[in-house]
Ligand binder design. Structure first.
Ligand code: NAD
Ligand code: ADE
Length: 415
């Protein structure tokens, strides 16, 4: 088989990073110990399309050590950590993908994974699931799939609404132990991390415009404020806009925010948030970045068309001199900057996201007759992940007394 990773010498560096992350993923560690013993996935093939990071490597190793044949490709052309891919390949896990691969290579790598005829798919963004729906010859063994992110869940729900979905999918994103931590604190911290690695400039005193105040946007706004930024939120949902206002942020329309922002970060899961129309209003020298899943939030094609000259300033920071004479700076080609300019979420939060992935695939295996639909992660799994995590953090909580349970399940008593 042809793997795109050529430099396997990188694997030592990958090994150090993966083991460091593992020490910060206690739930994944706990699951590895249990399921290594009983080989629950023996005889099953899993195709995974995920950002190839140290945290992903630990999930993949869990499946492999629990008996699965697992094959991996990237869910974004710019998020692969080559040293991690090399480490996995060195340990016998096929990885199709390398950092900075072309669009053609990216889809070829998805096909390489589809070709194994997986029993299960683990997806991040819906690309592998969509691919097998468009190429049904790769679908014949599939029992079910899981989806990691908000954008993927939206796409798959749309597919299901049109009655085109062909197997059950569990929306891992929708577990509370996923989005409340990964989307909020993970994206919050890693977006600031990516911004700083790419620019190395001061945040304090700058005006940061955060587009979207969903789970990711909340984390980003909170963390940029924590570094002394003056944060403006742009929203289309009146409830989220109100929430941002009462959380203490300025809220305004993009046309107004465009005139005053120094730094713009999108996290909407939507398209065309920053187009040339907004850029025309912006100050000279603004920095634009995206942390939403796809590179459609900042209209890079429009920017390219309106550009006279492009210059690489630092890794993942490009200066665009526009035809109107203004300069703008783009982080990570407009791709999700926390993974393109940094290493994605810290292991401590991916621990919970990936524990949900592991237990959801186990659930699909144990329930092969689920009817076709997009399901939330079963509540028992979500709760179990929270309980494991608390236990590994050494935190004990109280439980309801008999009297309290009775009180909460009654309607007669008012006092
Ligand atoms: P969410 O649904 O919680 O929030 C999205 C918000 O964007 C909503 O409040 C919505 O009203 C708002 N929005 C939509 N269109 C808008 C517009 N035109 N202008 C302003 N606001 C608009 O979703 P989320 O969980 O926060 O995810 C957001 C994106 O980030 C998705 O693409 C998701 O897949 C991605 N994501 C990225 C990472 C990462 O590592 N970078 C991690 C998790 C999720
Ligand atoms: N998505 C966001 N951060 C990630 C990480 N560290 N690993 C895999 N997927 C991610």
């Amino acid at each position: 088989m042809k793997y795109l990773i050529k430099d396997l010498n990188l694997y030592k560096e990958g090994e150090r990073k993966v083991l460091w992350a593992f020490e910060h993923m206690p739930v994944i560690k706990y699951l590895r110990q249990i399921y290594k013993k009983n080989q629950i996935f023996k005889g099953y093939k899993i195709g995974a399309c995920l950002h190839i990071t140290s945290e992903t490597a630990n999930l993949i190793i869990n499946f492999s050590q629990a008996g699965a044949d697992i094959f991996l490709c990237p869910s974004n052309p710019l998020s692969t950590q080559d040293e991690v891919a090399a480490y996995l390949v060195k340990n016998g896990i096929p990885v199709f993908g390398k950092r900075g691969e072309s669009g053609k290579e990216y889809y070829k790598n998805i096909e390489n994974v589809a070709k194994i005829l997986p029993h299960f798919i683990i997806d991040d963004g819906g690309e592998l699931i969509t691919f097998v729906h468009q190429n049904k010859k790769y679908m014949k063994n599939i029992i079910g799939a899981t989806e990691e992110t908000t954008t993927g869940v939206i796409r798959l729900k749309n597919l299901n609404k049109q009655k085109l979905l062909k197997f059950p999918v569990i929306a891992v994103n929708n577990a509370k132990t996923k989005y409340l931590f990964d989307n909020r604190y993970g994206t919050g911290q890693s977006t600031v991390d990516g911004f700083l690695r790419a620019t190395n400039i001061l945040i304090a005193g700058k005006i940061i415009v955060v587009c979207g105040y969903g789970w990711c946007g909340k984390g980003i706004a909170q963390r940029f404020r924590g570094m002394g930024g003056k944060v403006i939120v742009v929203e289309v949902d009146p409830i989220k806009a109100l929430e941002a206002t009462m959380d203490g942020f300025s809220v305004m329309q993009i046309k107004e925010a465009s005139k005053i922002g120094d730094i713009f970060i999108t996290a909407t899961g939507n398209t065309s948030i920053i187009t040339m129309k907004e850029i025309e209003k912006m100050k000279d020298g603004v920095i634009l970045g995206n942390s939403g899943h796809f590179n459609v939030e900042i209209k890079m094609d429009e920017i390219e068309k309106n550009t006279l000259k492009k210059k690489k300033i630092r890794d993942e920071l490009t200066e665009y001199t526009l035809k109107n004479g203004k300069k703008i700076f783009i982080l990570g080609e407009g791709r999700l900057l926390n993974l393109a300019c940094a290493e994605g979420h810290p292991p401590d939060v991916m621990d919970m996201s990936f524990a949900n992935q592991f237990l959801s695939i186990k659930y699909l295996k144990e329930n092969p007759d689920l009817k076709i639909d997009v399901y939330d992660v079963p509540g028992e799994i979500d709760k179990k992940v929270a309980e494991y995590k608390l236990k590994t953090l050494g935190i004990k909580i109280d439980s309801l007394t008999k009297i309290q349970k009775k009180y909460l399940s009654s309607w007669e008593l008012g006092t």
